[in-house]
Ligand binder design. Structure first.
Ligand code: IFM
Length: 455
């Protein structure tokens, strides 16, 4: 492997999700999702936008695959909208909804692009939320039913499957902080939600393997290294707390079959649990959650610097002024990707790892010559890829990298104001406009080499 060269067969991909790009939320029998509901409530989405049209990918998907071919991509990570497949969450399958993914998969394969579908990237059917959503144990059977409907249709062509995207975000942002759908602020509920997500993941892994012989199955977790602001015992404890709450609460059950004791104690001390027992865990659950995986998808954006706050609890996030921040307010910290890969490999040893999301939000204008000079995004990608390559050279079984995101899209509670795309989208025409980072990334994929950007 040359200095900046990646191994032969390394997969270069782009990533998106259904609710963020598809639009067509009322077409062809699609049911309502919790994000349709959440976005319709005034004040929930910072720029007042909704995902009703989004990037209109539901109609422009052929063109979007052509964009990926133009970038020499070998893989595409997208998600399937549960409400398109089962408009009521369960029961009658909407075959027109599945037709969309069927055609998408065929065209991807024709273009030599491996499909990496994610079953759940946050767009729960509203009717299931009305029955308790992820807080109810009933949802597990519904998720398996949904995963069967999808794998029975696509499993003859799709080998790589992801169950959930970022359970931490679903549990914490959606059920503890309330800034994501369904907008609940209930820490006790969020713990049950996390457990039901993990348990539904374990059941779905088993079901996917039954339906798709030879399937490669994984889950995608967001990973965020926690660093203490100072080496004081309080700050060190704050960093331990954050790491437990964000990373280990998900990785320990999946790979070790148990929840971390220190986090259980943190939650009990905070009053989120009445005792050191987890009331939602039943006999046999942990064995199902820790069903062997073929790969772990790791999403990385930034680190978190932790400090004990005035009330004794860790402060949520300390920006480090000397480092650059992206438009999300997230510190650019490429070493954190190297550390995350090494840590996950060392502590959990998944057989294969894919970086399933990595990227940066920056808003760069269209220049008079029509180009979008997003140099900061190119530098971000370059530095993170070099950090990933360093981990690879040191033995981490990293198999591929998916840039987040192919297109500027609906960035959840922040609407369309935060732009992660390799392609921008003209608001009026919906036309895709390549940014300079798209050309740069296309060259990385073509040469399997991370060149220094010429800025
Ligand atoms: O846009 C999101 C994506 O849906 C999940 N991971 C983080 C991205 C950036 O916030």
């Amino acid at each position: 492997m040359g200095e900046n060269k990646f191994p032969r067969g390394f997969l270069w991909g782009g990533a998106t999700s259904s609710q963020q790009i598809e639009g067509a939320t009322r077409e062809d029998g699609r049911g309502k999702s919790i994000w349709d509901t959440f976005a319709a409530i005034e004040g929930n989405i910072e720029d007042g936008s909704t995902p009703e049209v989004a990037c209109d990918h539901y109609h422009r998907w052929r063109e979007d695959i052509d964009l990926m071919s133009g970038l020499n991509l070998g893989a595409y990570r997208f998600s399937i909208a549960w409400p398109r497949v089962l408009p009521n969450g369960s029961g009658q399958v909407n075959s027109t909804g599945l037709d969309f993914y069927d055609a998408l998969v065929d065209k991807l394969l024709e273009a030599g692009i491996q499909p990496f579908p994610t079953l759940y990237h946050w767009d729960l059917p509203q009717s299931l939320q009305d029955q308790g959503g992820w807080a109810s144990r009933e949802i597990i059977a519904r998720f398996v039913e949904y995963s069967q409907a999808v794998t029975r249709r696509l499993g003859d062509r799709v080998q790589n499957w992801v169950t959930h995207n970022e359970p931490w975000c679903i549990a914490t942002l959606g059920h503890e902080e309330g800034c994501h759908a369904p907008g609940h602020k209930n820490p006790t509920e969020s713990l049950a939600v996390a457990h039901h997500l993990l348990l539904s993941h374990g059941h779905a892994v088993q079901s996917i393997r039954q339906e798709v012989p030879g399937a490669q199955v994984g889950i995608v977790n967001i990973h965020c290294p926690a660093h203490p602001l100072t080496l004081s015992p309080d700050d060190l404890n704050a960093a331990r707390w954050f790491d437990g709450f964000f990373n280990r609460w998900y990785l320990d059950p999946i790979f070790k079959g148990k929840y971390p004791e220190d986090v259980i104690e943190d939650r009990r001390a905070a009053g989120h649990l009445t005792s050191g027992e987890l009331p939602f865990v039943k006999d046999g659950d942990m064995a199902i959650i820790s069903t062997h995986l073929d790969f772990l998808g790791l999403n990385y954006y930034s680190r978190s610097v932790q400090q004990k706050g005035p009330d004794g609890n860790p402060l949520p996030h300390i920006p480090v002024p000397e480092n650059e921040l992206t438009d999300m307010g997230w510190e650019v910290f490429p070493e954190g990707l190297y550390d995350s890969l090494k840590r996950v490999h060392h502590d959990y040893n998944p057989p294969q790892i894919y970086i399933m999301e990595n990227g940066a939000a920056y808003d760069d204008p269209i220049s008079p010559d029509g180009s979008i000079k997003d140099d900061r995004r190119i530098t971000y990608y370059q530095q993170h890829l070099l950090a990933a390559q360093r981990a690879l050279l040191e033995g981490v079984p990293l198999k591929g990298y998916f840039a987040w995101s192919l297109l500027d899209n609906f960035e959840w509670g922040l609407g369309f104001a935060k732009k992660f795309g390799l392609f921008a989208m003209d608001k009026t025409t919906g036309n895709r406009i390549p940014k300079n980072s798209a050309y740069w990334y296309g060259n990385v994929a073509a040469t399997n080499t991370v060149d220094a950007p010429h800025l």
